[in-house]
Ligand binder design. Structure first.
Ligand code: UTP
Length: 297
């Protein structure tokens, strides 16, 4: 099977417990880096990669996420009346075509693999992307676009990969490497959150995937894996076991783990420093802060 990748699944049904109490009422994906919700970064990345159908796997309490994509004619006309052309442009860039987004429910947070499986009927018989919005990747060319281009050359299944420190491997899905050619890694196994010392490499899977519908057959048969969840990594490992090609792709760009508080804060600072309207003020503040810390030490 080798067809264009035009559909993407965004699993957003997790509980977001690491951001409690905020996530009691705000979906994690709506939290903002500077002034854009995490989900907007994910959508923009997908659009740049040629995705035209966006499938959200949601859950209870994610209403704000659905509302975010509604058009806002009243707000638009107010901005128009007040001559705020720049803001109007920003707002209009977030508009999605009618029918481009589908929402499907995961009734219980049974894991990422299960969340992806919930979207199976909307995928049909074609390859598709999966994007985890809490992995935010800052890059010149969108990470998913880099992957789609590589996929168009080599086919198979593909996972985004990056090097992580050896002592952090137990927090990730880790690749067992068969062969590496530049930024493409042929994989002969994958293990989710290996115990310290058991990791077959220091190459971790990051939240971008290109998969084919055969993955659903594995998820269906799967038992609960690491952390008591139905893991996507296990299903991809099953694909390798039956001889299907799976490649890791070392993307160009910087990844922020916005599922953690430290990662979220680092991303906020980094994205703010990249903005002309904020850079100078923030740099001044950070410099002062650093000198206060240095004096205190
Ligand atoms: P995480 O492991 O970050 O879990 O999920 P979480 O629930 O979002 O956050 P914590 O750990 O409680 O703080 C990675 C991605 O998979 C989705 C999440 O929404 C997130 O985008 N996910 C996870 C689901 O959609 N369903 C699940 O059952 C689990």
């Amino acid at each position: 099977m080798k067809r264009e990748v035009t559909k993407a699944i965004f699993p957003v049904a997790g509980l977001g417990t690491r951001f409690l109490p905020a996530t009691k009422s705000i979906p994690k994906e709506i939290m903002t880096l500077v002034d854009r919700p995490l989900i907007q970064y994910a959508i923009d990345e997908a659009r740049e990669a040629g995705i035209t159908e966006f499938i959200f796997v949601t859950s209870r309490g994610k209403g704000a996420l659905e509302d975010y994509f509604d058009h806002s004619p009243q707000l638009e006309s107010e901005l128009h009346k007040k001559g705020k052309a720049e803001l109007l442009k920003i707002l209009k860039n977030t508009n999605m075509d009618s029918g481009a987004i589908a929402y499907i429910r995961q009734y219980k947070a049974l894991g990422l693999g299960h969340a992806v499986w919930c979207a199976r009927r909307l995928i049909g018989d074609e390859p598709f992307a999966v994007i985890l919005p809490d992995d935010v990747i800052s890059s010149e060319k969108s990470c998913l676009k880099q992957m789609v281009q590589a996929y168009n050359d080599v086919g198979g299944l593909m996972v985004a990969a990056m090097e992580v420190p050896q002592d952090k491997t137990s927090s990730y899905g880790i690749l067992n490497v068969a062969q590496q050619q530049k930024n493409l890694i042929a994989i002969n196994g994958m293990i989710e959150k290996p115990a310290q010392g058991d990791a077959p490499s220091n190459l971790a899977v990051i939240g971008r995937y290109i998969l084919t519908p055969n993955i659903f057959t594995h998820i269906e048969k799967q038992n609960f894996g690491a952390g008591g969840e139905i893991q996507l990594t296990d299903a991809i490992a099953n694909e390798i076991d039956i001889g299907h090609a799976v490649n890791g792709f070392l993307f160009e760009g910087q990844r922020f783990d916005c599922g953690t508080k430290a990662g979220f804060l680092q991303a906020t600072i980094s994205f703010a420093l990249a903005r002309e309207d904020l850079r100078d003020e923030l740099t001044d503040y950070l410099n002062k802060l650093v000198s206060v810390i240095n004096v205190a030490q």
